[in-house]
Ligand binder design. Structure first.
Ligand SMILES: [Zn+2]
Ligand SMILES: [Zn+2]
Length: 174
């Protein structure tokens, strides 16, 4: 969706508040598709801040369906997006260094999807767990270890323990 901001760029001191729906139902990230289960409207505030610049501020709350990193169970993850970008008028010769790169601006038009998708990306959680103590999936049978102990032999010697054992053995030999 494109929003034309000509009126804000050209009227000194103008502040415009607009709520617009976020159109997407799926958020794509690193080749994965996450369903958007809940979302607020995008609350935009556009402010003319002089010297042919507009400050674009906004807020959006989302609930995404993301699989747990360990057991792959679906988890409802709240993603809170707030942003502020100062952009220069296309009439202005060169953007000053204070202004952000304007990949989401084309002329006087704001590309809402490009802006918002990028903001969600920045706010995506690094780690998603269904619960802090999630036991994950058994590497042998693939069963969800939160649901039941499958009894598989998953013992993997810890290389650090092996090193300590070596030290003990070495001491014994002396
Ligand atoms: Zn889990
Ligand atoms: Zn198992």
């Amino acid at each position: 969706m494109l929003m034309n901001l000509t009126d804000v760029f050209t009227s000194a001191g103008k502040v415009k508040k607009v709520n617009v729906p976020y159109a997407n139902d799926i958020f794509s990230y690193m080749g994965n598709k996450y369903p958007i289960k809940e979302k607020t409207e995008i609350a935009f505030t556009f402010s003319n801040v002089g010297t042919e610049s507009v400050l674009i501020e906004g807020e959006l709350q989302l609930v995404l369906d993301i699989p747990c990193d360990r057991c792959l169970q679906s988890v409802n993850v709240h993603v809170s997006v707030t942003f502020a970008h100062q952009v220069a008028s296309p009439e202005k010769e060169e953007a000053s260094s204070e202004e952000d790169e304007q990949i989401f601006m084309s002329g006087y038009e704001l590309d809402v999807d490009t802006l918002i998708n990028n903001e969600i990306l920045i706010n995506m959680p690094v780690k998603v767990l269904c619960k802090e103590e999630c036991k994950g999936i058994c590497p042998v049978c693939g069963g969800n270890l939160n649901e039941k102990e499958c009894g598989c032999d998953t013992f993997v010697p810890d290389p650090r323990m092996a090193a300590i054992k070596d030290i003990f053995n070495a001491n014994k030999e002396v």
